[in-house]
Write a protein that binds this ligand. Structure first.
Ligand SMILES: *Cc1c(COP(=O)(O)O)cnc(C)c1O
Length: 377
């Protein structure tokens, strides 16, 4: 089955009870038991809910994994994955990881004894050098936010396997439509489903897909024990969003290519970050491991004045955090998404005060370029 078909037929169509073509929203907390312990497979909705389970099954199918798990946010999903580890365990992570991931590792999970090292995971030697006797996993985000660095998932997975470590991939930016890390050797894939999977800026959610029954049982135990589950209504919204993931990603991609070309040729734009650009340092890796390059683009402008003018004049790019939805969004990482990262660390990573990140939507590409032209003029 090809990707677009999977998004429609990945799970069975037709509710067994009524034939409903869409999965019903099972807005229930509990389930009637015929006798003590005799039930239809559902006891309590934290443990299992048919609408959430349908979403979890669909995610497992499209990520080529064994089982899926849905959470109340991307951060809840990431935290649940980290709960697979114990006090004294160590995780190696991508250095310019999502701000919330940096925060939960360095300000919350550290208090429970889960140790971490941030390294440039595009450099395999750095990853290997960071591995300690107590290391349990390599966690990569690729491409990264906001500098779009791309890590070789296959190489990192092979290194992890050689050291008996898990490979965890945050696949939020690419989505399974363009990139399936489990097929490249990863053990666990996770998403902020708030972004492209939902795709309409109307739901906050997180998803994890694992590649084995052992990990599935361990993660279900964590999900049920810690309880950060996604509700049935939001699960349904995600199921709906997923059906158009393929067509949306293709439109996002086409617009991204046109806008990158425009930005590269604009005198007030000093640098463009996009893995689809041939001289992007990780272009070859991006091309090898994914079917597309995505639609998150960052660029640096020549002055704070240009940045301010751009923010004030743009009509179709909404100033907002988040990304991956149908409407184009614009943000200034240093003051928004990455404000929780200390200033000296931001400078180290190359996140300047004039760096702008855009999430390119699915409006008409010509309108978007016209808008950028007038706002930069
Ligand atoms: C948004 C985001 C997260 C966090 O997800 P929430 O749904 O906001 O909790 C994690 N990773 C990446 C790459 C993100 O963009």
């Amino acid at each position: 089955m090809k990707a677009k078909t999977k998004l429609i037929h990945g799970i069975h169509i037709g509710d067994p009870l009524t034939g409903a073509v869409t999965v019903p929203i099972y807005q229930t907390s509990t389930y009637k038991q015929e006798a003590i312990g005799k039930h239809k497979g559902y006891e309590y909705s934290r443990t299992g809910n048919p609408t959430r389970n349908a979403l979890e099954d669909m995610m497992a199918v499209i990520e080529n994994g064994h089982a899926g798990f849905a959470f109340g946010s991307g951060m809840a999903a990431i935290t649940a994955v980290m709960m697979l580890f114990s006090s004294g365990d160590h995780v190696v992570l991508t250095d310019d990881v999502y701000g919330g991931t940096y925060r939960v590792m360095s300000k919350v999970l550290n208090r429970f004894g889960i140790e971490h090292t941030f390294v440039d995971t595009t450099n395999l030697a750095e990853v290997e050098a960071a591995i300690r006797p107590n290391t349990k996993a390599i966690y990569i985000e690729t491409p990264t936010n906001p500098l779009l660095k791309v890590t070789d998932i296959g190489e990192v997975s092979a290194l992890a396997k050689a050291h008996n470590l898990l490979t965890i991939v945050d696949n939020t930016f690419m989505t399974p439509y363009w990139q399936t890390p489990i097929s490249l050797g990863a053990d666990i894939v996770l998403h902020s489903a708030t972004k492209y999977l939902g795709g309409h800026s109307d739901v906050v959610a997180g998803v994890v897909v694992v590649n084995s029954e052992e990990l599935a049982q361990d993660l279900h135990f964590v999900q049920n024990s810690t309880g950060g589950v996604l509700g049935p209504q939001d699960s349904w919204l995600l199921l709906r969003g997923l059906k158009t993931l393929g067509v949306r990603m293709q439109e996002h991609e086409a617009n991204a290519h046109a806008i990158v070309k425009f930005l590269q040729n604009h005198p007030k734009v000093t640098k463009v970050y996009y893995p689809g650009i041939e001289n992007h340092p990780n272009h070859d890796v991006a091309k090898k491991q994914a079917e597309g390059f995505g639609a998150i683009v960052s660029f640096d402008v020549d002055s704070e004045e240009t940045l301010t003018n751009l923010m004030e004049r743009l009509q179709y790019f909404t100033l907002a955090e988040s990304l991956g939805a149908v409407e184009s969004l614009i943000s200034v990482p240093s003051k928004m998404t990455h404000a929780s990262i200390p200033a000296d660390r931001r400078a180290e990573l190359g996140i300047t005060d004039t760096l702008i990140r855009i999430s390119i939507g699915i409006e008409d590409g010509e309108d978007l370029i016209e808008d950028l032209t007038q706002a930069l003029s």
